[in-house]
Design a protein around this ligand. Structure first.
Ligand SMILES: [Zn+2]
Ligand SMILES: [Zn+2]
Length: 339
């Protein structure tokens, strides 16, 4: 067989040799394509949905769908390099990989890519203060002023989860957050997200959950309801130091109903009700101090008092099997205790 155009005896693709084939219009990309980018969050419109994807990958699939192929080309894949994030038309050198009878050929084409700015539904709703749920994070006895400091860990957890949800859920945003008496209120665009975040907070902190509709205002004379999820953190948290009766304990586990406590004196484990009147908070986990260990034996540890830097001899709790360079201590009734 010969190439019908040049008579070459090389491998033929249909009736043509490779050289003659390459002189043809093998792939013809569309005149131009348009990529819509949300100015608020950077999501890109792909088909009918706004997605957290790169504009170049959306451009590539648009090119693939709009390219006209020569009869000999069975499939074509596009590679689009970086598209400048500015509005307007950009001439971008793109590479098409055309498959011809099992062989792949790379063909460069300059493509006109128009970048248009838009606003995805999530950003539009956010601008309009849209929300479906209020997640109320609460801890007993907290003032609005202390809320963000005291709840810093949980607050960070909420923000991190909102970010994670935002990758898949358009309504996963916070339209407002505010510190209030007792904690923080989060106004969330997605009810489903609010529920999952509440559930996660419960499993991390032992919080209790309570979901209820609440009236948030009126529209055209009709009450408007939103669901509120109350996430009530236990007063005594894992790692906190409490006094039960007069004896110091470390909270081993807690939920809204029961606490598991470990005696700082003898390591004994007890279970008590969270609302037991003999319970007193002594120190939060993060308020525990570190004291430098000077020397120790089986029953005592000599440490430097972190406030006065004077060395003091303390009882060594039996559960403290290994000693590092420092130990956690707490002051209670003017005495230092290792916990
Ligand atoms: Zn030829
Ligand atoms: Zn957006």
């Amino acid at each position: 067989m010969f190439c019908v155009e040049c008579g070459s005896e090389e491998r033929l693709y249909g009736h043509l040799c490779k050289k003659c084939l390459l002189s043809k219009d093998l792939v013809r990309p569309p005149e131009h394509i348009t990529v819509q980018v949300c100015q608020g969050c950077g999501r890109v419109l792909e088909g009918a949905a706004w997605k957290m994807v790169l504009p170049d990958s959306v451009a590539a699939s648009q090119l693939e769908a709009g390219t006209r192929k020569h009869d000999q080309v069975s499939s074509v894949r596009w590679q689009v390099p970086y598209i400048p994030p500015e509005k307007g038309e950009h001439k971008v050198l793109c590479t098409a990989t055309a498959t011809i009878e099992g062989d792949e050929l790379a063909l460069d084409h300059e493509v006109a890519i128009r970048v248009r700015f838009g606003s995805c539904p999530s950003c539009s709703r956010q601008a309009g203060d849209y929300y479906e749920a209020i997640l109320q994070l609460r801890m007993e006895g907290l003032s609005a002023r202390d809320a963000e400091v005291e709840l810093a860990e949980e607050h960070a957890m909420v923000l991190r989860m909102v970010d994670e949800f935002a990758e898949t859920d358009e309504k996963a945003f916070l339209s407002k957050e505010s510190a209030v008496q007792g904690g923080i209120d989060y106004y969330m665009g997605s009810m489903a997200m609010a529920r999952s975040i509440a559930t996660k907070l419960r499993s991390y902190t032992g919080a209790s959950l309570n979901e209820s509709p609440s009236i948030v205002g009126q529209k055209d004379g009709v009450d408007v309801y939103r669901n509120s999820i109350l996430v009530k953190l236990p007063v005594h948290r894992e790692g906190d130091v409490v006094a039960f009766g007069k004896k110091l304990h470390v909270v081993e586990a807690s939920d809204s109903k029961m606490l598991t406590l470990k005696s700082a004196i003898n390591g004994q484990i007890i279970r008590v009700r969270a609302d037991d009147g003999k319970l007193r908070q002594v120190a939060r986990y993060r308020d525990l101090r570190e004291a430098v260990v000077v020397t120790y034996d089986g029953t005592t540890v000599q440490v430097l008092d972190p406030d006065s830097m004077v060395s003091v001899t303390l009882h060594r709790p039996p559960y403290l099997k290994r000693l590092g360079e420092t130990v956690s201590v707490v002051r209670y009734d003017d005495m230092l205790y290792i916990v």
